[in-house]
Design a protein around this ligand. Structure first.
Ligand code: PBE
Length: 317
């Protein structure tokens, strides 16, 4: 796997996005200073407008290469209420730190949010904004994909990957425990495997042990995928495999499974989040189906914000 290439592409992406965001910012700067509107506190509609103004027509996001960031850029095009808005890209850590500050001060904030994630355990009063245009889809599945040929080359690893399926609660228990204890997700994932050997044994049904074969799982940097890759790594190790987990940008993940650089991934969010990538590469990959059902992405706000839908927001005009 060419990690440098992954990083380069990521950097170029980031730089481009910065330029675009900077460009939009300066265009819109002068548009909000015309209002000495005295009727401001009278209706909900005006209150809603204040939220949009108060967040500076900006959605707080994560990495530009994430599926949820791509969907958010589509939302900005599709919703009249998001005309002239910006996305501030950063990382999960950046997003959580902005959210932390906002909640501490009861200030409005609109983030790109997703499940499974511990943000909903740490801040139980978060809510998804309704998405009447369905830009963020409904319930998502997380799928396992393998390179073509893995089935013949490593039938036992393939069978294990094919039989790996768990519940949202399983994944969340690992993420929450890691977040609360401050330990690495991979450490908690290993522990989870030992403590849930009954579930693990079902995935291993009919799978034979091997002697030191190497396998590379391609993953993404998010906690949900650190949990699933950590768990499957530990199980494959029980079976005698030598396992590498390589976290990359979503685009690189799909590319490397398609061209055979990586063996498999447990990290494809579909039918919507990673659909652009899936469509591009689907003929060159082996789709092993879902490993988890019940994921979700969307725009998320603290419950103290008195809005329910993306359409309650106001364009930046
Ligand atoms: N996520 C978590 C990723 C997939 C896993 C929703 C932030 C994304 O591509 O958007």
């Amino acid at each position: 796997m060419n990690k440098i290439k992954g990083k380069m592409i990521f950097l170029v992406f980031g730089l481009l996005t910065l330029l675009i965001v900077a460009g939009c910012g300066s265009e819109n700067e002068t548009s909000s200073d015309d209002g000495s509107d005295t009727s401001k506190n009278e209706s909900n509609a005006t209150e809603d407008m204040n939220y949009s103004e108060a967040v500076d027509y900006t959605i707080t996001g994560i990495e530009p290469g994430a599926g949820i960031s791509v969907s958010t850029e589509k939302a900005l095009e599709e919703y009249d209420s998001l005309k002239g808005w910006n996305v501030m890209f950063s990382s999960t850590a950046g997003l959580i730190s902005e959210l932390d500050t906002a909640i501490e001060n009861e200030e409005p904030i609109i983030i790109t949010g997703w499940n499974p994630h511990w943000m909903f355990a740490k801040y139980p009063d978060l809510k998804y904004l309704e998405d009447p245009k369905g830009v963020y889809g409904e319930t998502e599945k997380i799928k396992t994909l393998a390179r073509k040929g893995l089935k013949d080359d490593m039938p036992n690893a393939y069978k294990l990957l094919d039989q790996f399926h768990w519940e949202v609660e399983d994944m969340e228990s690992i993420m929450n425990e890691a977040q609360e204890s401050g330990e690495e997700i991979e450490t908690i994932a290993e522990k989870w495997v030992k403590e849930n050997q009954d579930k693990v044994d079902k995935w291993k049904e009919g799978v034979k042990e091997v002697d030191g074969k190497s396998i590379e799982l391609i993953s993404t940097p998010w906690d949900s995928e650190r949990a699933s890759s950590g768990v499957v790594k530990a199980v494959l190790e029980q079976l005698g495999y030598d396992v590498t987990v390589t976290p990359v940008d979503v685009a690189i993940m799909f590319e490397s499974i398609a061209n055979g650089d990586g063996d498999a991934t447990l990290a494809a969010w579909l039918p919507l989040t990673h659909n652009d990538f899936y469509e591009k590469y689907k003929d060159e990959i082996d789709d092993l189906g879902e490993n988890l059902n019940g994921a979700k992405i969307g725009l998320v706000v603290p419950a103290y914000m008195d809005i329910n839908s993306i359409e309650d927001l106001q364009p930046n005009e």
